[in-house]
Design a protein around this ligand. Structure first.
Ligand SMILES: Nc1nc2c(c(=O)[nH]1)N[C@H]1C(S)=C(S)[C@@H](COP(=O)(O)OP(=O)(O)OC[C@H]3O[C@@H](n4cnc5c(=O)[nH]c(N)nc54)[C@H](O)[C@@H]3O)O[C@H]1N2
Ligand SMILES: Nc1nc2c(c(=O)[nH]1)N[C@H]1C(S)=C(S)[C@@H](COP(=O)(O)OP(=O)(O)OC[C@H]3O[C@@H](n4cnc5c(=O)[nH]c(N)nc54)[C@H](O)[C@@H]3O)O[C@H]1N2
Ligand code: SF4
Ligand SMILES: [Mo]
Length: 727
């Protein structure tokens, strides 16, 4: 459907109200029972406030209209200035797409076929919990608590359903801990090394900026609700620059697109510093008062001259110089980064070096200037997270950490002591979202592994489960939603009763804890009690924001002082309180200063093209929604963007079916030759499920589980393939 048509049908949907909604539901093939329109009954429609659960910087507020226990309307909250009445494309039809999806699991399932085959039979909750608890007990008695791996991730980022009860259960059990590193870890580590915190300026303040660099972030798709503020800044005279190896949807709308080679951002940032220092465009007073290690940095960046940097980044030399000058002279200038450039061997240092730029030029001094990154630290101060991590109350001893990025290796590691014998997967779909898909599948096939999945669907991961438990969706459970991309706090209230036998994640772990014999009072705490505990604080950001207030109003903006200029006069979170150009704490590892590290791909002769697997779809959220018919149809067959040069040398034309392959796997794609990617690099969208595409393999079948430079993140873009036409 074209952009224009989509907008039209959305307006029509809102305009027609209840009747229009039923029409949309019918078009999506909802079970007719749900459409029973109680026209003859007296209307008792209620508005229920809620919020999106996705791992997304926007954390939108929504309103659900409910009548006689049925949903009559669903839309973004019009009053919330950030959501501004509009959810993103993929969430507009969330109730029918996810909650009422015909494939939704509505009762517990037990495996009957081979692992991976996807054959299950229904089983009662009582029996399933009993069997899982029994098997778990036997296994823990034999192999110890650390043989249990809880693989829970960001399927929902709501504070309760993400982990409040599961944290308690696995801590008490003495299970292994999961290092949640696949998203944000290198970005956070890099920024923290320089600035000691990731809290930059507030999103709305971008309107005051006059020079906006969207550095490795696809705002139009990944951070949809920031985009109107970017456009507002542009209408007030701002220039927008995108730095991305791909001509993303956002890059297409920018005033300038710097299309560098992947993983070379650190070189570009150090090259900019070289020019800024050499041309005396620095803010010396800011450097003197609020930074540490300037002399060492100055010496270090001497070697990052424009010629060298242009060579590394694969861009023209004058670009490095012009860009540095423009950035340093513009006032206020802002860098927006998020996560996108972290997934490579230079990822952490990219965030560290780019994060230093505003201190070199004093950009932090101005309203709208500096850096914009994550906002979660503001919620960390405001809310009481005491009931989330109950380690000191429940842990008997410290247990090991397992890096989620290496799930495949860990499941297959015969020397791991103890081996992983029980795997709980909830809020996650690792077969699709974790590198090295085929290795993970191999591991999940192990006969001696008990796999328990809590899900909405039989995903490509759940197909390997011994037991699957049906989880509720955001329309059916309580949650509290903080945010990493804006400053509104939301209370999500259930709008309808759970469908079938679905239960919240929290309830699954409550029941399992009880069956396992854990009697601590914390396992009896209800979701509402946990929700209330977050408000047990007198922090000034929470003035007037109580549980009862949010029950009534749904959302509230944290009471942050306005204007908010976090580093106008220093106040960095480092131990020195300054922006650290030089990290003394990293001296022993030789990494006190950010540096470009060249990567040496294996088998470059055989696999010469660098593959990026990024969130380039509008319809999917990581792997979520990638089983929704109209969204898959909208996205079409997964594409592989190639340069004309690379395509011609392989006799490939636009639209041809191709195989991208390397030592880890093979994925079938459709070549797209639209001048969106530079020669030497190819790109495919991430999120598709193997079982929904030809070839039964998707992006992470080609990636490997090597780590990034810092934070234990995934270097999944350090991936090389060959592309061959077939068919
Ligand atoms: N190649 C490649 N790989 C990537 C990325 C990339 O760009 N490229 N991006 C990475 C990033 S940034 C991230 S954040 C990860 C995301 O990885 P995941 O956290 O695995 O994200 P999703 O694919 O959204 O899978 C979440 C699953 O949780 C389920 N779910 C949703 N709500 C609930 C609930 O309330 N209860 C339960 N039990 N389940 C629920 C959904 O049905 C879905 O199947 O992927 C990473 N992987
Ligand atoms: N529609 C949609 N929105 C989403 C998500 C989704 O799956 N779908 N996922 C959510 C999640 S979990 C996250 S973490 C955020 C992420 O949001 P962003 O931080 O914006 O990250 P990505 O969308 O992964 O990547 C952004 C851009 O980085 C580019 N890139 C890749 N490697 C490099 C590099 O080395 N240098 C530079 N400069 N750029 C590079 C990619 O080409 C891509 O266009 O988005 C969230 N929003
Ligand atoms: S996925 Fe993001 S943009 Fe879309 S509704 Fe949810 S929070 Fe908003
Ligand atoms: Mo993410």
């Amino acid at each position: 459907m074209s952009e224009k048509n989509k907008k039209f049908s959305r307006r029509k949907f809102i305009g027609l109200g209840i009747k229009g909604y039923s029409g949309v539901q019918l078009a999506q093939g909802l079970p007719l029972s749900l459409l029973a329109f109680s026209g003859c009954k007296k209307s008792s429609a209620k508005t229920i406030h809620g919020a999106c659960y996705h791992d997304c910087p926007d954390s939108c507020s929504w309103e659900v209209t409910v009548e006689n226990g049925e949903i009559r309307g669903f839309a973004g909250d019009k009053e919330n200035p950030f959501t501004a009445g509009k959810l993103c494309d993929k969430m507009e039809t969330f109730p029918q797409d996810i909650t009422f999806h015909p494939d939704r699991i509505l009762s517990p399932l037990k495996r009957t076929g081979l692992k991976g085959e996807g054959k299950f039979e229904k089983i009662s909750w009582e029996q399933a919990i009993k069997e899982v608890a029994e098997k778990l007990k036997l296994s823990v008695a034999r192999h110890g608590g650390e043989s249990v791996l809880p693989f829970g991730y960001m399927g929902t980022q709501g504070l309760i359903q993400k982990g409040a009860m599961s944290n308690r259960f696995f801590t008490k059990l003495g299970a292994s801990n999961l290092s949640e590193t696949i998203c944000g870890a290198p970005a956070i580590t890099g920024n923290m090394m320089a600035n000691g915190q990731v809290m930059g300026i507030l999103p709305e303040d971008i309107v005051h900026s006059r020079y906006i660099i969207l550095w490795g972030t696809n705002t139009k798709h990944s951070n949809v609700h920031l985009w109107p503020f970017v456009l507002e800044a542009r209408s007030r005279g701002a220039k927008i620059i995108v730095i991305d190896p791909f001509r993303s949807a956002t890059a297409m709308e920018a005033d300038q697109h710097i299309q560098l080679m992947p993983g070379t951002d650190v070189a570009l940032a150090l090259g900019m510093m070289h020019v800024i220092i050499k041309e005396e465009l620095t803010d010396d007073e800011y450097i003197e008062n609020f930074t540490l290690g300037y002399e060492a940095l100055k010496k270090h960046v001497e070697k990052y001259d424009p010629t060298t940097v242009a060579g590394i980044c694969g861009i023209e030399e004058h670009l490095v110089v012009d860009f540095a000058r423009e950035y340093a002279r513009a006032k206020p200038s802002l860098i927006r980064y998020l996560v996108g450039m972290e997934h490579n061997f230079n990822g952490g240092d990219a965030f560290r070096s780019v994060g230093m730029l505003p201190s070199l030029t004093g950009a932090w001094r101005e309203h709208g200037g500096g850096l914009m990154h994550f906002t979660y630290e503001l919620f960390g101060k405001a809310l009481n997270y005491g009931r989330l991590n109950m380690y000191t109350e429940l842990a008997e001893k410290e247990t090991r950490w397992i890096n989620m990025v290496q799930l495949g290796s860990m499941l297959n590691d015969v020397d791991l002591n103890p081996a992983i014998k029980t795997l709980f997967v909830f809020n996650a779909n690792p077969v699709v979202t974790i590198p090295n898909q085929n290795l993970i599948r191999e591991g999940l096939k192990r006969d001696d592994l008990l796999t328990v999945v809590v899900e909405h669907f039989v995903t490509d991961t759940a197909k390997y489960a011994d037991y699957i438990f049906p989880a509720t969706t955001q329309l059916e459970h309580w949650d509290v939603a903080d945010s990493w991309g804006q400053v509104y706090l939301n209370l999500n209230q259930p709008a309808i009763e759970p469908l079938g036998e679905a239960r919240p994640n929290s309830e699954f772990f409550r029941l399992l804890a009880k069956e396992y014999g854990f009697n601590d009072a914390c396992f009896n705490e209800s979701d509402i009690e946990i929700a209330q505990s977050f408000f047990d604080t007198d922090h000034p950001y929470m003035k007037g924001i109580t549980f009862d207030y949010l029950k009534e109003h749904g959302w509230a903006r944290l009471k942050i002082p306005d204007p908010f200029l976090p580093h106008a006069t220093g106040n960095f979170g480092t131990s020195s309180g300054k922006c650290e150009f030089y990290s003394a704490s990293m001296e022993s590892s030789g990494q006190a200063l950010p540096a470009y590290k060249s990567t040496s791909p294996e088998n470059l002769a055989q696999y010469p093209l660098q593959l990026l697997t990024v969130k380039a779809t509008k319809g999917f959220h990581n792997s979520s929604h990638a089983n929704v018919k109209h969204l898959i149809e909208n996205e079409g067959f997964p594409t592989l963007d190639m340069s004309m040069e690379d395509a011609q040398s392989r006799n490939i034309s636009d639209g041809d079916e191709v195989k991208a392959q390397n030592q880890y796997g093979t994925v079938l794609l459709k070549a797209r030759i639209r001048n969106r990617i530079r020669a030497g690099v190819v790109l495919m969208p991430h999120g598709y499920w193997p079982s929904f595409v030809k070839g039964n393999a998707t992006s992470n079948a080609l990636t490997n589980d090597r780590l990034s430079d810092f934070g234990g993140g995934a270097a999944l873009q350090d991936c090389w393939v060959e592309v061959i036409r077939f068919g």
